[in-house]
Design a protein around this ligand. Structure first.
Ligand SMILES: Nc1ccn([C@@H]2O[C@H](COP(=O)(O)OP(=O)(O)OP(=O)(O)O)[C@@H](O)[C@H]2O)c(=O)n1
Ligand SMILES: C[C@](O)(CO)[C@H](O)COP(=O)(O)O
Length: 258
């Protein structure tokens, strides 16, 4: 799989092709519009996320992967030139569509593809550059991640026959086991990979009908090393309604920084 590390390191500085995946429905967030179009600080999350990528010296345009029925993205202004691809049912299929679009621009297999969630607009610019610089030194790629800070537990469910409103679906969760968190990380985005290798591992996922929630997982299936770069805990993903207040506070605090 892929070329030797020497092949990548001997190449002139590869280009970084940025893509933002924004073809989701935001069902867990539950808004009337897809969460990437939620407004924070007078801009949509998508616009904020593009602006963050634009702050990197490695990125001067961005592919936006949007839903086929998206009627919003093309009405918005962005900090850098954007072009479009149509997303898929699953997030990784949206990424695969983006990889295909980037590949058709003449990108080389040793070039880098940066994948970022539209739902992560608070990623610090420093982190973007750090993960790209790390990927430039890797044969396959690098991702931002944060070490798990809380105690992690598995659970089991008990059915109950009370009419207590807190017992959703007449079920209660109980603690089963605590997991050793010493080597546990929460993956973030951007995730940055060599284009050729990313194409191959996503094809593997499709051929084997695997379910992945991030692209690094695909490399793990093939035991291909992906570097973990410690990222800021400010880089949260808007997922549930509760996240909006936290994300808004982070963005406000970041904008107040010199
Ligand atoms: N088929 C999909 C699913 C998700 N995404 C994007 O991937 C990012 C992270 O995914 P997630 O937080 O799961 O977003 P949604 O799928 O929209 O959320 P939900 O699972 O709650 O519906 C989001 O920017 C989302 O727009 C995508 O481009 N294509
Ligand atoms: C890619 C990701 O942001 C890494 O944490 C996350 O997996 C995407 O969100 P999803 O809800 O898993 O699709």
């Amino acid at each position: 799989m892929g070329h030797s590390l020497k092949y990548y390191l001997m190449n002139p500085l590869p280009r970084t092709y940025a893509m933002i995946v924004a073809a989701g429905r935001g069902s867990r967030f539950g808004a009337s519009v897809a969460k990437q179009y939620t407004q924070l600080q007078d801009q949509t999350l998508l616009q904020l996320s593009v602006a963050r990528l634009a702050s990197s010296k490695y990125i001067n345009q961005c592919l936006l992967v949007v839903a086929e029925d998206d009627i919003t993205a093309r009405t918005l202004d962005f900090a850098i030139p954007v072009y479009y691809a149509l997303g898929g049912v699953e997030r990784w299929q949206s990424v695969q569509a983006g990889v295909s679009a980037i590949g058709s621009t003449g990108a080389d297999d040793s070039d880098l593809v940066l994948i970022h969630d539209a739902a992560r607009p608070a990623v610090p610019s420093h982190d973007i550059d750090q993960v790209i610089k790390a990927a430039l030194l890797e044969p396959y790629g690098a991702i931002l991640a944060t070490p798990v800070a809380d105690t992690l537990k598995t659970s089991y469910i008990k059915s109950v026959t009370t009419d207590n409103l807190s017992d959703k679906n007449n079920q209660r969760y109980y603690a089963k086991r605590t997991i050793d968190r010493s080597s546990m990380w929460q993956a973030q985005t951007p995730q940055v990979f060599r284009l050729g290798a990313l194409k191959k591992v996503l094809n593997y996922v499709a051929e084997h009908q695997l379910t992945i929630t991030d692209e690094a997982s695909a490399f793990e299936y093939l035991d291909l090393p992906i570097r973990l770069v410690t990222g800021s805990r400010q880089n949260i993903k808007l997922t549930y309604p509760d996240d909006a207040l936290l994300l808004s506070a982070i963005l406000t605090a970041q904008s107040d920084q010199p």
